[in-house]
Write a protein that binds this ligand. Structure first.
Ligand SMILES: Nc1ncnc2c1ncn2[C@@H]1O[C@H](COP(=O)(O)OP(=O)(O)O)[C@@H](O)[C@H]1O
Ligand code: SF4
Ligand SMILES: [Mg+2]
Length: 409
C-alpha cells in the first residue's frame, strides 16, 4: 500500500511535512528541539578506542596514504564529531572500524571495542559485532535500503541476522523503532517500500535500522548531506534523542562544521589523513589552535557579516595523498606558514585542557582576537611580510606586530 506518492528525483529534498495527505507527518514536524544540553551526558565507560590507525591503498601511482595515524576514544553516550574536507580520510577511517574496506587496504594500528582489538579478532567475531554493537548510517539511504523489500521486512531481517527470535517479535521491534525515530503510523509504514518515503523519512528508517540491535556505537557518515537544512536539523535532533534512548555513542562524520556545532561533545578535525586538532567542541570552535580549523570556521557563512566578512574560504586544494609535501601538509595553503612548517610535520600536542593541536604556530592563533581573520583575502601572509607577519590579526583582519616567533627569522 502506498503511504506517500513515489518520489521523483526533484523531490529528493522534500520533507515529510510537504507530502500530501500526511497530516500526522506534518504534526510530527512541529516538534520541540532536542539539543545537546537536553541530552544525557557521556558516561565514563569507553566503548571504542582507535589507536594510531593507518590505512594505505596500493595503486599504480604509489601508495595512497588515506589515513595516517588516527587516534580517538569514544565513551558511552558521547558524540564525537569528525570533520574535514572531502578526501581527508574520514570515511576510510570509519570503514576500517566497520570492516568494510577493500581487501587490498593496508590497515595498521588498533581498533578496540571494549578492549578487544577488532583488527585481530576472528572474522566471525567481527561479523557478530558489526551491524549489531557497531552500526552505521550512510549518507544515501537508497544505496543501503533494498528497493524491492518493504521497510518492515528489512528492519526485521536486521534483527534476525543477529538474534534467534520469531519473525513476529522482530516485526514488533521494527514497529517500536519506527515509533522511536518519529515515523508516524508505524504499523502502515512497515508495509511500505523505501521509495514511498521522503528523503528525511528514509534517513529516519536508516536510523531505526542502526539502533534496532541496541548498538553501543553508531557511526553516521554525512547522514544529512543530501537533505535540506530544516530536515537536516530534525534528523540530527532525532539522532541525539535515540542516542539517549539506547545509550549509544555517536561518531558523527561531516565536511560541515556547522553540522556538529550543536551536536558533538568533542570534535576531531582531520586534514590529509591525520587529526590536526581535537578537543571539546567549545574549545575547538571558540579557541581553534590549528589554522586549518580556523579556516573551516571562517568559511561557515555568517548571517551577521557582510561582503567579505560573510565567507572566507580556504584557498587551494588538499595535497596528493600519494606524494605528500614535506613538513606540514597544510603549509601550501596556510597563511601562517614559515620555514619550519615546510621542513617538519608538527605533532599533535596539548594546547589546553582536553585540547590538542598539530601546529608549529598554534600560539599565534591563541593570541589572535579573531583567528579566522588570517584567512581574509587582505590578511598579510607570514611568508610575504617577514617580521610583520608575526603580528596577530585583530577583528579587522589587519596584522599587528607585537611579538616575534623563533622560526620566522
Ligand atoms: N579503495 C581505494 N583505493 C584508493 N584510494 C582510496 C580508496 N578509497 C578511498 N581512497 C582515497 O582515500 C582518501 C580518503 O578518502 P575518504 O576517507 O573517502 O575521504 P572523506 O574524508 O571525504 O570521507 C581519498 O583520497 C580517496 O580517494
Ligand atoms: S604548522 Fe605551519 S603550515 Fe602547518 S598549520 Fe601550523 S602554521 Fe600552518
Ligand atoms: Mg566520506
Amino acid at each position: 500500500m502506498s503511504i506517500n506518492p513515489p518520489l521523483s528525483p526533484g523531490d529528493k529534498l522534500s520533507t515529510g511535512a510537504e507530502s500530501p495527505g500526511s497530516l500526522a507527518e506534518a504534526a510530527e514536524e512541529v516538534h520541540t528541539a532536542y539539543t545537546l544540553a537536553d541530552s544525557k551526558p557521556p558516561l565514563d565507560e569507553e566503548v571504542l578506542k582507535v589507536e594510531n590507525l593507518t590505512v594505505g591503498f596500493p595503486t599504480d601511482d604509489g601508495l595512497v596514504q588515506a589515513v595516517r595515524g588516527v587516534s580517538y576514544t569514544l565513551r558511552a553516550r558521547e558524540v564525537l564529531g569528525i570533520v574535514g574536507e572531502s578526501g581527508s580520510g574520514k570515511s576510510v577511517s570509519s570503514m576500517a572500524v566497520m570492516g568494510l574496506l577493500p581487501r587490498n587496504a593496508r590497515i595498521n594500528g588498533r581498533i578496540l571495542y571494549r578492549d578487544r582489538d577488532m583488527l585481530t579478532m576472528r572474522p566471525n567475531e567481527q561479523r557478530a559485532l558489526r551491524g549489531e554493537k557497531i552500526a552505521m548510517i550512510f549518507q544515501d539511504p537508497m544505496t543501503s535500503l533494498n528497493p524491492v523489500h518493504t521497510v518492515g521486512d528489512q528492519l526485521a531481517e536486521a534483527v534476525l541476522a543477529h538474534h534467534l527470535v520469531p519473525r513476529r517479535a522482530a516485526l514488533t521491534k521494527a514497529r517500536e523503532m519506527l515509533d522511536l525515530v518519529g515515523i508516524p503510523q508505524a504499523d502502515k509504514r512497515l508495509k511500505a517500500y523505501p521509495h514511498e518515503f521522503s528523503g528525511g523519512m528514509r534517513q529516519r528508517v536508516m536510523i531505526a535500522m542502526a539502533i534496532i540491535n541496541d548498538p553501543d556505537v553508531i557511526i553516521a557518515d554525512e547522514p544529512t548531506t543530501a537533505l535540506d537544512v530544516t530536515v537536516q536539523a530534525q534528523i540530527l535532533e532525532k539522532l541525539l534523542e535515540v542516542k539517549d534512548a539506547v545509550n549509544a555513542a555517536i561518531l558523527m562524520i561531516t565536511h560541515d562544521l556547522g553540522v556538529i556545532a550543536g551536536m558533538a561533545h568533542r570534535t576531531l578535525v582531520m586534514y590529509a589523513g591525520k587529526p590536526v586538532e581535537i578537543g571539546g567542541t567549545d574549545s575547538v570552535f571558540y579557541q581553534p589552535r590549528m589554522p586549518y580549523t580556523a579556516g573551516l570556521l571562517g568559511s561557515i557563512p555568517s548571517l551577521e557579516g557582510e561582503g567579505e566578512d560573510r565567507l572566507r574560504p580556504i584557498t587551494g586544494t588538499p595535497p596528493s595523498l600519494v606524494h605528500l609535501p614535506s613538513g606540514c601538509p597544510f603549509s601550501p595553503r596556510c597563511p601562517l606558514a614559515t620555514e619550519v612548517c615546510r621542513e617538519t610535520e608538527p605533532d599533535l600536542v596539548t594546547v589546553g585542557e582536553d585540547h590538542r593541536a598539530a601546529c608549529h604556530h598554534s600560539d599565534r592563533l591563541a593570541e589572535a582576537e579573531d583567528p579566522t581573520a588570517f584567512f581574509r583575502p587582505d590578511a598579510v601572509r607570514a611568508e610575504d611580510e617577514g617580521d610583520e607577519a608575526e603580528g596577530t590579526p585583530g577583528t579587522d583582519g589587519v596584522s599587528r606586530t607585537d611579538e616575534k616567533s623563533e622560526e620566522g627569522r
